[in-house]
Design a binder for this molecule. Structure first.
Ligand SMILES: Nc1ncnc2c1ncn2[C@@H]1O[C@H](COP(=O)(O)OP(=O)(O)OP(=O)(O)O)[C@@H](O)[C@H]1O
Ligand SMILES: [Mg+2]
Length: 222
């Protein structure tokens, strides 16, 4: 079953009076349980592509069907995204005034979960990601790797079927980066998540089910 289908999607940004086409007539289909990586030079629209998949940025033209629905139609909004899409942003975007655990619980609340339901699950996830000791820490006091794990915990707290990861290993050393990559791959293979990971790291090319190059407005399979 297809989890993500983009058909002839284009995205134009307007900068003052100038229109700039970043993505042109892009089509891609990602099946449930697939793990894919997207590579490509800086500024070629990789983050834009993830945001269009997630329902955050509407394409200028073309259609997105995510889990059988158009994320831009009807009242999808925050709750739909919180339940269906786990997003690990290019910069972790943890809220600085909340502890690691509070950051994760907040995402649970956005999906409509009561704290007594979501708290035991959050604790399990912190254990699974080996960050239990850091649950009470503010993001600024965590190492880069710990912050990324908290960002992953936040992305998976609502058990969403789709995980989007935007250069999640960029700030990590090689060993930590490999651990994190293996973790995302495991989530796809053991938990059945559909994972789209954007990365500049060529070591991860074709380590999952497929890899694509996004360059000069064109997406092609390696
Ligand atoms: N909201 C916006 N308004 C105008 N232009 C934008 C906006 N967001 C992104 N852009 C432009 O679109 C282009 C693609 O940006 P995007 O962030 O998608 O690239 P990227 O491939 O993720 O780059 P990087 O590898 O550096 O993260 C860039 O030139 C960027 O300046
Ligand atoms: Mg980017």
């Amino acid at each position: 079953m297809s989890a993500i289908t983009l058909s002839n999607v284009s995205k134009e940004y307007t900068d003052g009076l100038v229109n700039r086409t970043v993505i042109k007539n892009l089509s891609i289909e990602v099946s449930s349980n697939q793990f894919i990586t997207i590579h490509g030079p800086s500024g070629n629209g990789k983050s834009t592509l993830l945001k269009m998949i997630s329902g955050l940025i509407q394409p200028t033209s073309g259609t997105c069907v995510i889990l059988g629905a158009n994320p831009y139609k009807g009242q999808k909004g925050v709750k739909w995204r919180a339940k269906n899409i786990g997003y690990i942003f290019q910069n972790h975007y943890l809220l600085p005034e909340l502890t690691a655990l509070e950051n994760v619980l907040y995402m649970g609340a956005l999906a409509g979960w009561k704290k007594k339901i979501i708290l035991p699950r959050a604790k399990q996830i912190f254990d699974y990601l080996s960050i239990s000791k850091q649950h009470n820490s503010l993001p600024e006091t965590l190492s880069g790797g710990e912050r990324q794990r908290v960002a992953i915990a936040r992305a998976i707290i609502n058990d969403p079927p789709i995980l989007l990861a935007d250069e999640p290993t960029a700030s990590l050393d090689r060993d930590r980066a490999d651990e994190l990559f293996d973790l995302l791959l495991e989530m796809s293979k053991k938990q059945g998540k559909t994972v789209v990971m954007v990365t500049h790291d060529e070591r991860y090319r074709n380590k999952g089910d497929a890899s694509y190059l996004l360059s000069g407005q064109i997406l092609e399979k390696y």
